[in-house]
Design a protein around this ligand. Structure first.
Ligand SMILES: C[S@@+](CC[C@H](N)C(=O)[O-])C[C@H]1O[C@@H](n2cnc3c(N)ncnc32)[C@H](O)[C@@H]1O
Length: 459
């Protein structure tokens, strides 16, 4: 598989003849952009929804705090940021306006049909904090001002020149802003690209009847076909708009981990973290007991992720947080030194503690329900569970580990508590159980040193 070539992309306009010269390239780019925007006029994505009432219910203050700490762990909680949702589709910008009522949200998209649908949601829910514009991401700098958060999910991989699009978004990102990107990943989408090629060869278009025919043909795929697991697991295959988006898209390329890192570097961005990271880490899930774990851990982080993507083989997209490469105080989390004791753990909303059918000596198994890899779960013993239960989104790790802090701040120190707390909270972090609100000082790169004993009483 050649993962470096655009995958599943149609031949360039003009029957695949090589394009040469800036004017030809620009013409090809604008032709592809036109084809993509026409596609989304006919197939607005995601399938339109009428109401955001249920969505509103799912966002409370605890969830907002967890979300803020994920993107801006060192900046303190704020809920009034400026947010750009680039390529917002039919509902994403309205959802952001609902989930952050005090934020200023701007949604842009090339599809008038999608913006019109978002406008309906804005009107219905009285979203005065939402502005909408029909505009390509490539022209984001025409918008006034800069943004604390730029959200661009499921869009860049459809652009004729994703590097250009991402550079344009970087231009409007505030110096200490955070970007949320989602890009297709190649290996897990192998079956999608096979079917895209199949549809192209058969000249299958995206009329309603052709999509219905395609849907019924997919039911006949041999069980061994690489698309079959995705048919069950991907929401996209459960609607007409989703099916068209997945299999009949005129422009679609995917990014392996190294390609994604190159894309970020080319746009002046730096990787911050995966939105959900456990599946990429050699410390988690099946890799924790792999004979290759120590080899993996000796690699730089980006190489670890690249290797894990190859071994897992089933990742269909990459969701990540990125920062400007000139953001000097980029969040940097470390469990070396003792700065971690002042981190405030905040539980992620999709997490649950299961207490049935447990492995030996486990008091609970901690699961993040957004994980799709079934090997990624964290058993904790009784002592760890006590610490876990003390997380309240306000106490630091130091306070959580300090058994007597509420009663007597001068009671004796238990030497064994520190390593237990450090191992647990690092695991909770790795396994996407918590994010941390970090004090500003902890933002500096902590020196690698052995753990020193802090003041206070631990466990
Ligand atoms: C797959 S949808 C994703 C929608 C939304 N971001 C989400 O995650 O639900 C891709 C969206 O990108 C938009 N789009 C494609 N090319 C674009 C461009 N150059 N500028 C702005 N939007 C674009 C499409 O119209 C479509 O609404």
């Amino acid at each position: 598989m050649d993962a470096s070539a655009p995958r599943g992309a149609p031949p360039p306009p003009g029957g695949g003849a090589p394009v040469s010269g800036d004017r030809d390239a620009a013409a090809a780019e604008s032709g592809t952009a036109q084809t993509v925007s026409t596609f989304y006029e006919t197939h607005p994505y995601p399938p339109p929804i009428e109401s955001l009432d249920a969505y509103r219910q799912s966002w409370d203050d605890a969830r907002r705090r967890a979300d803020a700490a994920l993107f801006w762990p060192t900046q303190g909680y704020r809920d009034d940021r400026r947010i750009l949702v680039a390529g917002c589709g039919t509902s994403q910008a309205a959802k952001y306006a609902v989930r952050w009522p005090r934020a200023q949200v701007t949604g842009i998209d090339v599809s008038q049909a999608s913006i019109a649908q978002t406008q309906r949601l804005k009107d219905r829910h009285g979203l005065d904090n939402l502005q909408l514009k029909v505009m390509p991401v490539e022209r984001a700098s025409d918008l006034a001002g800069e943004f604390d958060q730029v959200v661009c999910t499921g869009v860049l991989h459809h652009l004729p020149d994703p590097d250009h699009g991402l550079r344009a978004l970087r231009e409007v990102l505030a110096p200490d802003g955070a970007m949320h990107l989602m890009l297709y990943a190649p290996y897990g989408r192998t079956g999608v690209y096979m079917l895209q090629d199949y549809c192209r060869r058969l000249g299958i278009g995206s009329t309603s009847s052709e999509i219905h025919e395609l849907a019924s043909a997919l039911g006949m795929l041999p069980r061994e076909h690489p698309l079959v697991p995705l048919l069950h697991n991907m929401r996209d295959f459960h609607s007409e708009a989703g099916l068209a988006d997945a299999l009949l898209h005129p422009q679609d390329r995917a990014y392996s981990v190294p390609q994604m890192f190159d894309l970020l570097a080319g746009a002046g961005l730096e990787f911050g973290r995966w939105l959900r990271q456990a599946a990429y880490l050699p410390q988690c899930g099946l890799f924790a007991s792999s004979p290759h774990r120590s080899r993996l851990e000796q690699l730089p982080a980006s190489e670890q992720y690249a290797a894990v993507e190859l071994f897992r083989g089933s990742m269909v997209h990459h969701s990540l947080v990125a920062y400007r490469n000139d953001y000097a105080r980029r969040p940097s989390l470390s469990f070396d030194g003792d700065a971690w004791l002042d981190y405030v753990p905040i539980r992620l909303p999709e997490t649950i503690a299961v207490q049935k059918n447990l492995p030996a000596s486990a008091e609970a198994v901690l699961i993040n329900r957004s994980h799709t890899c079934t090997d990624v779960y964290l058993p904790v013993d009784a002592r760890q569970k006590i610490l876990f239960d003390r997380i309240d989104g306000a106490r630091t790790i130091r306070d959580i580990a300090d058994r007597d802090s509420a009663v007597d701040s001068d009671s004796a120190v238990d030497d064994a508590a520190l390593p237990i707390a450090r191992t647990l909270f690092e695991q909770l972090w790795n396994y996407d159980q918590v994010v941390f609100a970090m004090p500003r000082e902890a933002n500096e790169h902590a020196p690698s040193s052995t753990l020193s004993m802090p003041e206070g009483n631990l466990l």
